[in-house]
Design a protein around this ligand. Structure first.
Ligand SMILES: [Fe+2]
Length: 283
């Protein structure tokens, strides 16, 4: 089997059929990185891996990084599960049911994430991705002009707001400590532009809360139209990679006792939200 591809949705997502040994060895790392830039989400069906294999494979694609603030017995992988026995972050994971990109409050956002599916939910639990380059490009000119120089404040608070009926004060203090003002339009180092919106955006600088939230909701709704979205139906053994700098993603709701278990690794960011290069040793 050579490197066989099939497009999954018009503006995002390509399935790659490749010999498992070739995939894990890094033989096609250059092709995978190039395709990821074009298609934002890559799906490798029937590629079961253990944690060591996933870490080694991830390292062939870029600058490997641990999940921020996550330390589960020294593991280099991050377990995604709503079951508290499986994941130390199970309680806050419902925030991933809203559209977002990872690392909006970090100095440098994640470049790409790699997920392998261990167990899937019988109902729900699909992951959706939208292409924020395509969404920006298709915006009416008036909206491009409106948002050209606008910035939004992103916070951990905004991200998890919807997951609590009443947020404990200690939790609020913790998530309030993480925040950043980011441009609505990401001017990438290669000259392309994408939208920076999603659930971590709390307000727009220089606008009233009513105006700013209205704009943020409207832009997120625009970016997540069906024509910009790929929905992945997980099967055990799938590997999915996505470019976090040109997409939003979310999980569709699933039950905490569904058994769903995904294992994630990530690649450190290579550019800031201002399109500045990051040196690998700094990442
Ligand atoms: Fe995420």
């Amino acid at each position: 089997m050579s490197f066989e591809t099939r497009e999954l949705a018009p503006s995002i997502g390509t399935e790659v059929r490749i010999d498992r040994a070739d995939l894990l060895s890094g033989k096609y790392a250059g092709e995978i990185r190039a395709l990821l830039k074009q298609r934002a989400v890559l799906v490798f069906p029937d590629a079961p891996v253990n944690d060591d294999e996933q870490v080694a494979f991830s390292k062939t694609l870029g600058n490997f990084a641990l999940e921020d603030g996550y330390d589960e017995k020294g593991s280099e992988t991050y377990r995604i599960s709503l079951d508290p026995n499986e994941s130390q972050r199970a309680s806050s994971l419902k925030s991933s049911f809203r559209w977002h990109l990872d690392g909006t409050t970090a100095d440098v956002p994640t470049y790409a994430s790699i997920i392998s599916a261990k167990r899937v939910a019988a109902v729900g639990g699909q992951t959706e991705f939208c292409n924020t380059y395509a969404a920006y490009e298709a915006l009416p000119d008036a909206d491009k002009a409106l948002i050209e120089d606008l910035h939004a404040h992103h916070s951990g608070y905004a991200m998890i707001l919807g997951t609590w009926l009443e947020m404990p004060y200690e939790q609020y203090r913790n998530v309030r400590s993480r925040g950043a003002d980011l441009p609505l339009v990401w001017r990438h180092r290669d000259g392309r532009k994408s939208l920076v919106v999603g659930s971590s955006a709390e307000y727009v600088l220089g606008m009233t809360p009513q105006e700013g939230l209205g704009l943020l909701f409207r832009l997120t709704e625009w970016a997540t139209q069906r024509r910009f979205v790929y929905r992945h139906e997980w099967s055990e053994g799938d590997i999915v990679i996505w470019d976090n700098t040109g997409t939003l993603h979310r999980a569709l709701p699933y039950a905490a006792d569904s058994g769903r278990l995904l294992v994630k690794t990530r690649l450190a960011g290579e550019e800031t939200f201002l399109g500045r290069d990051v040196e690998p040793e700094m990442a």
